[in-house]
Design a protein around this ligand. Structure first.
Ligand SMILES: [Fe+2]
Length: 475
């Protein structure tokens, strides 16, 4: 099978997932409806976008990172998209042979050699954007206005190794709490970068072997780390290829450590084994029965689907990417060690986001994408959860329209947690893309505004919102 035939079988290179070629900036965008004037800032979304057609087996997670952004100011919108300039991406641009992706042998020397794309997550910290990669890689700083790559970030040379996606920014302290994981010892580390962009803390966390954690949580006083039963296979490790499996014998463990704590002080809480991609939020409460830490996540459940053989060598990848997850709370009593797991709802949803100002503090609302039961991962609407009642409201995109992880943008002088807007990109089967602005307190209503984007925005991974004052002040 030649490369063209192989690529034609990969559904994550087709239709709304297909990569695009151009980096553009577009102002004076056509708008259906009216952009509210009471918010200012930008919605950013990261995702994979192979610079050149893959020449071998290509995983959806392998594509070069590209940021798409819409800046809003005074009722006007500007769209930009740019590749993320990791060192590996720059080498590709120079015409050097691209490093392989996760279908390829992992390492020859004990160091991973996958192409580092920073394609997974995007956060705002210290007035600049930071692109992050799920396998732990080089964080890449980008100008929050132009999306231009500024540098590969090593925090003044102090970063010991890498940073994983879903490391967290605390808007209150300005700190960036991060984790790093690897196939080789040390398997897991935790660090903190302060509001002045200096590495202020770094510690090693003991794990029984290489794991595949995807997210972490912050609370007011603690961080929460994950030891999940998805592990690298012995055979894969021996042959140095990316090979993982769910070990049914292992539990799910959450490691609770004081912020800035020594890794040796991590307290582990055990629950029945499950895999978790994404954290909703976590916070602490005090009760007559002691201090509790509550962790809300989307818990993966089996998708029950047969192997979709029509995708040939991509059938296993397609099957794994058919996400099924349900909103779940894990409660841990820091005083007594008691634990409690509660499934909150059975609706399938993922890619949860909150009002970022509530990270690590009690929050009532979360916003997820709704995932239909299709072969290929797409999002057909948004779901707003009320975590207190367990109920939700929906916003459907309509037939043939697929969205992205949204971001919550608070209104200026917002009066409550959900006083603001949800923003997401949509792409339809004809290749038309829009940025939707939805009233977060009236989810089922039509969008307040649909900003017409002058090129297709491929479906992708994670997004964020940054208020203009976060990056204008830093400029
Ligand atoms: Fe993720």
């Amino acid at each position: 099978m030649d490369a063209a035939e192989l690529n034609a079988l990969n559904p994550y290179l087709q239709g709304p997932h297909a990569p695009i070629d151009l980096e553009i900036e577009a102002t004076e965008l056509r708008v259906t409806g009216e952009i509210p004037r009471d918010f200012a800032g930008a919605y950013y979304r990261n995702g994979p976008n192979p610079l050149v057609p893959p020449t071998g087996l290509h995983h959806w997670f392998d594509g070069d990172g590209m940021i798409h952004a819409v800046h809003f100011e005074d009722g006007r919108a500007t769209y930009r998209n740019r590749f993320i300039g990791t060192d590996d991406f720059k080498a590709e641009v120079r015409g050097e042979t691209a490093k392989p992706g996760i279908f390829s042998p992992a390492a020859a020397t004990g160091q991973t050699v996958y192409r580092d794309t920073a394609n997974t997550d995007v956060v705002m910290h210290n007035g600049e954007l930071m692109g992050l990669w799920y396998v732990s890689g080089q964080p890449v700083r980008m100008d929050a206005n132009t999306l231009e790559t500024l540098r590969v970030e090593d925090f003044g040379g102090a970063l010991p190794k890498n940073v994983s996606a879903h490391s967290k920014v605390d808007l209150g302290t300005g700190e960036f709490h991060f984790f790093d994981y690897d196939l080789y010892d040390p398997f897991y580390s935790y660090g903190v970068v302060d509001a002045q962009n200096k590495l202020s803390h770094f510690t090693r966390i003991e794990l029984p072997g290489p794991r595949l954690p995807h997210d972490m949580a912050l609370t007011e006083n603690h961080i929460v780390l994950m030891d999940l039963p998805v592990v690298f296979t012995e055979q894969g490790m021996k042959n140095r290829v990316w090979s993982i499996h769910h070990d049914e014998a292992l539990p799910t463990r959450f490691g609770v450590l004081p912020r800035h704590g020594d890794g040796q002080d991590t307290r582990w809480f055990e629950f029945p084994g499950c895999y978790i991609y994404h954290v909703v939020n976590a916070w602490e409460t005090k009760g007559s029965d002691g201090d509790w830490l509550h962790l809300y996540c989307c818990k993966m459940v089996p998708n029950g689907r047969d192997l979709p053989r029509q995708y040939g060598p991509y059938a296993p990848m397609v099957n794994v990417l058919a996400l099924r997850a349900v909103l779940t709370r894990w409660s841990m009593n820091l005083t007594t060690g008691a634990t409690k797991e509660t499934q909150i709802d059975d609706t399938i949803s993922e890619f949860p986001v909150i009002n970022l100002g509530h990270t690590g503090r009690k929050s009532r609302y979360s916003y997820h994408v709704s995932i239909p039961d299709t072969d290929v991962q797409v999002y057909d609407g948004l779901i707003k959860y009320d975590l207190e009642t367990g109920t939700h409201t929906r916003h459907d995109f309509g037939p043939g329209v697929f969205g992205s992880e949204p971001a919550f943008a608070p209104r200026l002088n917002a009066k409550s947690e959900d006083d603001g807007y949800l923003i997401t990109f949509t792409t339809d089967t004809d290749g038309n893309s829009r940025a939707l602005i939805i009233d977060a307190q009236d989810m089922a209503a039509a969008p307040l505004a649909e900003v017409h984007i002058p090129q297709r925005v491929p479906l992708g991974f994670h997004g964020t919102w940054a208020n203009a004052k976060e990056f204008v002040a830093a400029a």
